[in-house]
Design a protein around this ligand. Sequence first.
Ligand code: AHR
Length: 363
Amino acid sequence: MSNRFKRIISVILSVAVAAMITACGSGNNDHIMTDSAADAAGSVSDTTVIGFSQLGAESDWRSANSESMREAFSADKGYELLFEDGQQKQSKQITAIRSFIQQGVDYIVLAPVTQEGWDSVLLEAKEAEIPVIIVDRMVETEDDDLFTCWVGSDFYLEGRKACEWLHRYAASQGLSGNDLHIVNIQGTIGSSAQIGRTAGLEEYSAKYGWDLREETPGDFTQAKGREVMAQMLVTYNNINVVYCENDNEALGAIEAIEAAGKHAGPDIAGGDILIMSFDGVNQTAINYCLEGTIACIVECNPLHGPRVENIIQTLQNGGTPDKLEYVSETLYSSYETVREVRIDSETYPVTLLTQDVIDTRAY
Ligand code: AHR
């Protein structure tokens, strides 16, 4: 039995019970029951109910992503969006999914905080015959059939693009691998955004002989990025590259660098600390990239609302969406020295960041 059908039955039953109660009471309320029955029946037949478990509100990227989902699943387009904020806790997200199952939603959309630990609740959704669409970060499950499909970013590719850019930039400055003393401010540990970006950095550090001094979580937030960077500047006196796993962390790192009397910028040999980042959503970060304070930003596109809506339309029409849908993303820098990067025999251009580019971006 489909979830929509189950909801219709449940509404019919509740309307019938209410009508019986009214019949036992005053006859003056008859028209009220008729109207509410019509409303209830109408809302069930016309509305697609989406239960969305968002992982939190840690960054500008996340805010843009939540907004994109709200816009895509608006009431005037025939949707009811049940939005639950997981506040960075997997347990809260699991509770939200169970509540969506109990309510018999038509679709569940999950933006998972971490990759692992979803098998049981996804099995419950599958047994309830509710399609689950994973968005943004990935889940790691024993059986891929536990979810319908996924759409999001290739975080490992993002990391490798950033690192290949660094390799080429360092070469253009006459620096060799062991001249680079790098710290990594990681994202939420166990999230696929952290896992992929960290994996890229570790792989390229080994490949090019970079001195990767420390990797510490900054939880994708500005406050933690600042705190972690301040501590690293006390611990090491030769940091010249900071790999920030998102823009909010980069903003915090720049604050800490300036507070320590140092300078974030391109001139590594002259004592600058080079900042690398991911996302390209926060406007201050984009402006920092334009003026060169942030050396490069690998885009992570947050506008998944329309993509998830397309998937749902495909399912509604009886189609089969792609199991995995990777979003294509840009690499920005305002330094003109590196024009492209090459990974696995694929060439990716570096978009020279200018005010015109900023003005034509979608976010
Ligand atoms: O999963 C996407 C990442 O999560 C973004 O890079 C980061 O800003 C966000 O919090």
